[in-house]
Design a binder for this molecule. Sequence first.
Ligand SMILES: [Cu+2]
Length: 125
Amino acid sequence: MSKLVTRFIVSVSLLLSAQFAWAHTALKQATPAPDAVVAAVPTKIDLVFSESVKLVKLQIMASDHEMPSSFAPNDTAQAEFSFETPGMHPGTFTVNWSVLGADGHPVNNSYKFTVDQAAAGSAAN
Ligand SMILES: [Cu+2]
């Protein structure tokens, strides 16, 4: 019985460590934050990743068009990024990002944030 319990614990530990090994690059922090509803039109987007990465794609999508940003792919790996986002307006935006982590694995993910309809400085689209 106790041997079985030990084997079970060992298996669970192995599973957990395997999961950690699979936990490649993640987005640790973003401003505006994922799922945030912000009251003001953001003039920039900040991203902090869990490790130094090469950001190969950053796309800010409105419902039917891509928003401009100062994004450009970086040659030197870094963990923190800041991009200007001119022309933002109220609406819900999807941020699509792709990075190459230190281990060379590509990671893609996305998150959404919303600029409140009452936000000032709203241009048409
Ligand atoms: Cu737009």
